[in-house]
Design a protein around this ligand. Structure first.
Ligand code: SAM
Length: 286
C-alpha cells in the first residue's frame, strides 16, 4: 500500500446476485449503502436490487460504451476522497462484464481498489457440475460467428483442464453442437441453466447427449447458461506414436541421441527417458 494516496476514496468492486436476490453479502449491502456513488452497468437493473434492500445511493451508468469516457470523472471523484462502488448487472464485475478499464486506471493512479466478493456464474456452476474443479479454464463467451467459434474450440481440444463457457439462449444449441464436433461428442459435460432462479436446471451427460436433450426441449433453450466440458485426457507420458518416432528419426539424423531425446520431450511433453529408449531402438535398427 506504499504508494496509495492517503486521502483518496476507495473503489469497491462489489459482486451482486446472479438471480436470487438473497445471494448478496452483508458486507456488500453495507458498502452499497455507504458509498457516495454506485457505478452500475445498467442503472434500471441495479435499481431493482437497491430498492429491494431499501438502498438510496445515487447511481451512474458505466457500461462498455462509455466506460472509457467516464473513467476520468470517476478517478477525480475517488481522488477527492469519495468512496465508489462498481457493480455489474449480475455477479462479479469484470467477469465477462465491464470494469477492467476503470479498475486498471484506478490502479495506475495508485487509488485503492477493494474487492467485495460474492456470486459469479462460473464458480456457482463449477461447484455443482461434478467435473474436475482442481484446474479449470474460464473461456467466457465463444465467438458468435461459427467459423471463429470452431477455430477457438479446436485450439482448446487438447486442454486437460475443465473448460467453462458462458452462453446465451440464442446460441446454446449451435455452440453445443460445435463443442461436440470439435472437442469430441463422448466428453462428459454439464449445462447449468438459470442458476439460483426459478427454472434452474443442471444437466450432466456426454456432449452428444446434451446436444440431443437441449435440442429436443424448447424450454431448455431459454435463459442463461454456463457450459462446462471435461478436459481432454492427459496424454500418456510414455505413449510414443508413429509421428513421434518419425520426428525422433529426423532429430537423430542431425543431433546426438541425448539432445534429440531432450528436444523431442520438450516438443511432445512425453517422457525424456521413454524417448531416449526409443532413440536407442532406432539407432540399433539403422
Ligand atoms: N459477471 C457475471 C458473473 O459473474 O458470472 C457474468 C455476466 S455475463 C454478461 C452473463 C452470462 O453469465 C450469461 O450469458 C450466462 O452465460 C452467465 N450467467 C449469468 N447468470 C447466470 C445464471 N443465473 N445461470 C447461468 N448462467 C448465468
Amino acid at each position: 500500500m506504499n504508494n496509495v494516496h492517503k486521502n483518496s476514496g476507495v473503489l469497491y468492486v462489489v459482486a451482486t446476485p446472479i438471480g436470487n436476490l438473497q445471494d448478496i453479502s452483508a458486507r456488500a449491502l453495507g458498502v452499497l449503502r455507504t458509498v457516495t456513488l454506485i457505478a452500475a452497468e445498467d442503472t434500471r437493473h441495479s435499481k431493482k436490487l437497491l430498492a429491494h434492500y431499501g438502498i438510496g445511493t445515487p447511481l451512474l451508468a458505466v457500461h462498455e460504451h462509455n466506460e472509457r469516457a467516464i473513467t476520468g470523472q470517476l478517478l477525480r471523484r475517488l481522488a477527492s476522497g469519495e468512496d465508489i462502488a462498481l457493480v455489474a448487472d449480475a455477479g462479479t464485475p469484470l467477469i465477462s462484464d465491464p470494469g477492467f478499464y476503470l479498475v486498471r486506471a484506478a490502479r495506475q493512479e495508485n487509488l485503492r481498489v477493494v474487492p467485495v466478493p460474492g456470486p459469479a456464474a462460473v464458480i456457482a456452476a463449477l461447484s455443482v457440475a461434478g467435473l474436475p474443479s482442481d484446474r479449470f479454464m474460464f473461456e467466457g463467451f465463444l465467438p458468435s460467428k461459427q467459423a471463429a467459434r470452431r477455430q477457438r474450440l479446436q485450439c482448446l481440444a487438447t486442454a486437460t483442464a475443465t473448460l467453462v463457457f458462458y452462453e446465451s439462449s440464442h446460441r446454446i444449441c449451435d455452440s453445443l453442437r460445435d463443442m461436440a464436433d470439435c472437442l469430441g461428442g463422448a466428453r462428459a459435460a454439464t449445462v447449468a441453466r438459470e442458476l439460483t432462479k426459478t427454472f434452474e436446471t443442471i444437466m450432466h451427460d456426454s456432449l452428444d447427449g446434451l446436444v440431443d436433450r437441449v435440442a429436443a426441449d424448447a424450454d431448455q433453450q431459454k435463459g442463461e447458461f454456463v457450459v462446462l466440458v471435461q478436459g481432454a485426457p492427459a496424454r500418456e507420458r510414455s505413449a510414443i506414436d508413429e509421428a513421434t518416432v518419425r520426428m525422433l528419426e529426423v532429430l537423430l539424423s542431425e543431433l546426438p541421441l541425448k539432445q534429440a531425446a531432450g528436444l523431442a520431450a520438450k516438443i511432445t511433453g512425453l517422457s525424456k527417458n521413454a524417448l531416449y529408449e526409443q532413440g536407442l531402438k532406432i539407432k540399433d535398427s539403422q
